[in-house]
Every structure is written in C-alpha cells, then in structure tokens.
Design a protein around this ligand. Structure first.
Ligand code: ZN
Length: 274
C-alpha cells in the first residue's frame, strides 16, 4: 500500500535510471486496468518516445513521455511499479511493461487489480478527478497551524478518514494515518469537529514529522537498492497484539474492508460513541 514516503523514494530511485531513456515498446497484459483517455493505441504512441520525467503527487506516480502523453499510476492497495530486468520472471499480476533500451523494463503489477493506470495527454493530468480533489502534498512545505486548522474545519468525519481521503493533505494512507494518530495521541475515530485546539496542533505536527521521518528512515533501509514494500519500520500499523512502544499496552485493531486500523487504547483514548 504505497503512500507518499514510499512513492517519494520510488521516484527518487527511478528518475535517474529511466529519465531520458527511449521506449522500445510497450505491452499491455491486462487492458482492463488501463484507462485510455485518448483513445489511441498506447503502445504505438509511446514506442520511440523518451521518458521525459517521473513525478509524484500524493499517492500517484506520473510518467511523462516526450510526446504529448503520460501514464498516471495510482497503485491503491496492491499495485507495484518496479524497474526489472527483461529476463526476470514475468508474474501473472503484471499489468503492463514499458521496455526500455537494453534489458531494462519498467513493470506495473497489481495482484488485486484495484489500482488505476491512466493513459492521457500530459496537459490533462491536472484535470483527473483524483488530482483536482487532492490537497497539498504531505511532503511539501508544512502548512502553518492556522492554515491547517482552517483546512480541517471544512470536514466533519472521523479524523482517520479525513487524513486518508487526501483532500486536506495528500499522500497519507491507511498505514501512515495510524502512525500519525498514535504519535499525536488521538483516537482514530474521533470526529474532527470534536478535536481540541491542542489536538489539532499535535495532529498537524505529527502529519509532517511522521512522514518526513519515514522518508529518512526508508532511505537508510534501501540504500542504493530498489525500494520495495517495507513495513518493518512502522511502530503501530500492522502490529496488532504487540506492545505499544510508548506505554507497553497491547495494540488494538479495528478491522474494516478498507484495511485495519491499529491504535493504543491507553495512548489514544476515545470511543466510537463520543
Ligand atoms: Zn500506548
């Protein structure tokens, strides 16, 4: 489940390795995952183009080609973009491959096929609903507390949902929202309208501290290697039943279709009925 810190490092890894490379060919193995917005043959269009830039915004990776077209990839839960060697075994979950010079191959895999790949004109990237709706990137310069508070006042729901929806600030998903709320000592299902001034301040600080620290920590883990799914650095998410690193209570879980929420009942007191 890649979130801003994961994709930040993926972009950092990919950009110097594929920008400027000429595309030999493209193969779409699972056409249903690809939303072709220009109604032209993607493979024909992109072959011969250069990869102009690799960009990231929130939880989305964009590959801009030297022609007028781009691929926008929103990996959602299980999608994975990776730079492979053409001799690497082709997994069944491979959605598309962009074959570059030599043996290099950019592959997008998605075992659940829940992610989205858009093929569209580069000038239209900003018009995609998911781009229009998203708030400032969580890894950009932090909002001031005043701006953060004003932004938050536009929402009514539970704080975890507000964080993961991406309209207040983009790039936070299920895992990092748990880490942020634990750091801030806030019950994940508390309504944002009921947060105290102090909690809003702690939330804002944790939003930026947790995600920027994650970038630093992940960078140390990956070194020069290919970023992979790395969840070992998380303190609370995915740690059901472990000890809370702050108070040693057992970490709780609330299971939902969209993913588990982990939190510490002692450090993050609250109830669904508040
Ligand atoms: Zn605790």
């Amino acid at each position: 489940m890649p979130e801003a810190p994961d994709l930040f490092l993926l972009r950092e890894y990919l950009a110097p390795r594929i920008e400027g490379e000429v595309v030999d060919s493209v193969r779409v193995l699972r056409p249903l995952v690809v939303r072709n917005m220009v109604k032209r043959d993607l493979s024909e269009d992109i072959a011969g183009c250069k990869i102009h830039r690799v960009k990231r915004s929130g939880k989305v990776i964009m590959i801009l080609f030297s022609g007028a077209h781009s691929l926008v990839i929103n990996p959602m839960l299980m999608g994975e973009l990776k730079l492979a060697d053409s001799s690497d075994r082709m997994l069944k979950s491979t959605v598309l491959t962009v074959n570059l010079g030599g043996e290099k191959q950019l592959r997008y895999l998605d075992s659940k096929q829940m992610g989205q790949v858009y093929y569209l004109l580069s000038e239209d990237v900003g018009l995609l609903p998911m781009m229009v709706e998203q708030g400032p990137d969580v890894l950009d310069d932090p909002m001031s507390l005043r701006v953060f508070r004003e932004g938050l006042s536009r929402f009514r729901g539970e704080v975890k949902g507000v964080l993961t929806r991406g309209q207040l600030v983009s790039g936070i998903g299920n895992a990092y929202s748990d880490e942020i709320l634990w750091e801030a000592g806030i019950y994940p299902f508390k309504k944002v309208t009921r947060l105290t001034e102090e909690e809003v301040a702690r939330l804002r600080d944790a939003v930026y501290a947790v995600t920027s620290d994650a970038v630093d920590d992940l960078r140390k883990v990956y070194g020069d290697g290919h970023p992979r799914k790395e969840r070992g650095l998380l303190k609370i998410h995915g740690k059901t039943g472990d000890e809370c690193p702050k108070c040693l209570s057992m970490i709780s879980v609330v299971r939902a279709r969209r993913g588990d929420t982990n939190f510490c009942r002692r450090c993050q007191p609250g109830s669904m009925f508040d």
